[in-house]
Design a protein around this ligand. Structure first.
Ligand code: WTA
Length: 641
């Protein structure tokens, strides 16, 4: 079969790896010229003349890309494909049950998006308004995102696994007055009461005036008259066309809440032009997507990976993208591989945690499938250990598919460091080299730039188009969080090693963020949930190594003086965290601690807590600065796990 390469910004006809090297050099030497060319990988209604206008210096801080250009993201993802690929499948939806499959063409998707854009307008949603989405992985999630983009509304997708309280906090923070949800979700054969969660959340969100409810399961749900509307009924009444709003490049596209070292989750704001350029160009460069291929990224749209590589990057590139509403181990451990065969998936992008979980179940589950369609494999979300990498490569990919280990963050909008999809000299566990336009550096604790083969804190020295622009409602927090640790540089929060070939090996977070099954969780969030419980006086949370999840959550809890520790109370506290934040935040280990190791000035020494959680109690380092060194002995003695 011959395949045409759909890549309008293809830069040269020579060896792809060399072309990538050259692109990297060109982008570093002349960012303005490089992006002047490559900004055209998306369609502009009013072409830009300005390209890069950025500075990370406090006195002159600004991040603006293509600022005088105008475009519409939904027109890029839909309208521009209608003439050439209107009947091509845009989204293959695969439900929780194998074979529960739906194929939506670009023409069909376009009509649905236009209709829903009109529904939103009828609900009073205007340009700049925020719209909260709390949905399963169904086509309607993509429709709602694109409909917001079409009319210039700013979507905020909240992962369906978050609790009513977490949802309420995110609704209030961005001031949305409308929520899109479903009756229930289905995950691994279980029902998730999404609408009931929304009802509970809205008890604390007085400004929400309307809720649109998709019928996913047909389950019985309460509808509040005057506030709640069925999605299908509203769609039936809406007109099937809607002119895309003309958006400035720097107009907001979406907010996505993510956990940081301190405080409540931050509303990461991405804008229209730079984000779309980044999602589109990285999708093409990293996955080398070829016309007609089926691309499957297993992430949920509640996370950034789902935004950039289920929806925006693939659709802006005219790809066929899979939306999966299930889990890797339902109905059995062969689900991924069986689905790959059935849908003819060519490129498969998933997280190390899923790979490790499936690896443990043995190779037979994989070998029942042919996986003959697979050409390329990808990994994202956390460091991939070499053992999992080899299994992914040798067993899942039959030893013939390259693996792209992609490092990036919610804040970066898209992939930043990744191997070439053509590389033959793979290094298991290394994300290898920055993409063109990305300037990583390793610095020591004082901010001194380290050269050559070394290890340090990963910073990015200059702006790239897909960079987040601000924290919603708190620009000061944005500058403070990312640009003051190492002034003039974006600090990623990750540590990394660089080898003699200049390849990067991400070692994990160096701040108080933990990465549980590829999901970010702030230790401070879990701590504040714990101390909100009436029987808890103090809590400290750290990460610990976990065979499948990458990192698990280890909580040290000091109870009120009149409360005795018990297994029942431990279970109660776990349930409490689940209710306060959601299942992903539930501690894997919870140790009752009569006291926490503190300095004389009252600061908790997390270094010691991390060591104990890791089971590495032989090298606790200097404990002489502690106010009461004896608490450490008690902690070591009562260690759980
Ligand atoms: C981690 C997910 C090692 C990292 C796209 C980062 C990785 C955090 C990799 C961002 C990788 C992501 N290798 N670590 N390939 N990809 N990470 O915001 O610690 O959910 O800072 O974005 O995940 O998580 P986030």
């Amino acid at each position: 079969m011959s395949v045409a390469i759909h890549r309008p910004d293809d830069q040269s006809a020579d060896a792809p790896a060399d072309a990538l090297d050259r692109a990297r050099t060109a982008a570093a030497a002349d960012p303005d010229g490089y992006w002047r060319d490559h900004g055209r990988c998306v369609d502009w209604i009013v072409p830009y003349r300005e390209v890069k206008d950025t500075s990370f210096d406090a006195a002159d801080f600004r991040i603006r890309w293509f600022a005088d250009g105008q475009l519409n993201v939904s027109a890029n993802c839909l309208d521009r494909h209608l003439a050439t690929r209107g009947d091509q499948v845009a989204i293959v939806w695969e439900g929780d049950e194998p074979g529960e499959t739906l194929r939506v063409t670009y023409r069909d998707l376009h009509e649905r998006v236009c209709r829903f854009a009109n529904v939103l307008k009828a609900q009073g949603v205007a340009k700049g308004d925020r719209v909260t989405l709390y949905l399963p992985m169904i086509v309607e999630a993509a429709v709602a995102m694109l409909a917001c983009a079409r009319i210039g509304a700013v979507h905020s997708v909240v992962f369906g696994g978050f609790s009513p309280d977490s949802l309420a906090g995110r609704i209030r923070d961005c001031g949305s007055r409308i929520v899109i949800t479903a009756d229930e979700g289905c995950r691994g054969g279980k029902r998730i009461p999404l609408k009931a969660n929304v009802d509970a959340a809205l008890a604390n969100c007085p400004d929400v005036a309307s809720v649109l409810v998709v019928r996913r399961t047909g389950g019985d749900v309460a509808m509040t008259a005057g506030r709640d509307l069925w999605y299908d009924e509203a769609m039936a009444q809406a007109a099937p066309d809607c002119t895309p709003e003309l958006m400035n490049a720097e107009d907001p596209l979406f907010i996505l809440y993510t956990s940081g070292s301190t405080g409540s989750p931050k509303g990461v704001l991405h804008t229209t032009g730079g984000y779309l350029v980044w999602a589109t160009k990285t999708f093409r460069d990293v996955f080398d997507y070829r016309d007609g291929e089926v691309f499957w990224c297993t992430a949920d749209v509640g996370w950034v990976t789902g935004h950039s590589y289920v929806v925006y990057g693939p659709l802006a590139s005219g790809a066929t993208t899979v939306m999966f509403d299930g889990v890797p181990n339902y109905p059995d451990h062969g689900r991924f591989w069986e689905t790959i065969d059935r849908l003819g998936v060519n490129i498969f992008y998933t997280a190390p945690t899923a790979i490790r979980a499936l690896m443990r179940e043995g190779d037979d589950w994989v070998k029942r499938s042919s996986r003959a369609s697979l050409r390329l494999l990808g990994s994202v979300g956390e460091p991939i250990n070499p053992e999992a990498w080899r299994w992914y490569h040798d067993v899942a990919g039959d030893g013939r598919c390259p693996i792209v280990d992609t490092w990036w963050q919610t804040e970066t909008g898209g992939i930043m460091i990744a191997p070439s999809p053509h590389a033959t000299d793979a290094k298991p566990g290394s994300a290898t080299k920055p993409l063109p336009g990305v300037q990583p550096q390793l610095v020591d604790a004082e901010g001194q730039v380290l050269e050559g083969a070394t290890e340090g804190n990963l910073v990015i020295a200059d702006s790239w188009p897909g960079q987040m622009r601000t924290v919603w409602g708190d620009h000061e927090r944005f500058v403070q969080t990312y640009f003051t640790t190492y002034p003039g540089k974006y600090f990623t929060g990750d540590g990394a090693r660089r080898d003699a070939d200049g390849d990067y090996w991400i070692t994990g977070r160096v701040d108080d963020v933990i990465n549980v099954s590829g999901h970010r969780m702030g230790t401070a969030e879990v701590e504040s949930a714990l101390v909100a419980h009436a029987k808890v006086s103090e809590a400290a949370v750290v990460g610990m190594p976990h065979d499948v999840k990458g990192q698990g959550i280890y909580a040290y809890v000091t109870l009120n003086a009149d409360t005795a520790p018990s297994d029942e109370l431990r279970d109660e506290l776990r349930r409490w965290v689940r209710k306060e934040i959601g299942p992903i935040a539930v501690p894997d280990a919870l140790q009752f601690a009569p006291g926490l190791p503190k300095t004389r000035s009252g600061k908790i020494m997390r270094r010691i807590l991390r060591k104990i959680a890791e089971g590495d109690t032989s090298s606790l380092g200097d404990t002489s600065t502690l106010a009461d060194p004896s608490v450490v002995d008690a902690l070591v003695r009562d260690r759980v796990g």
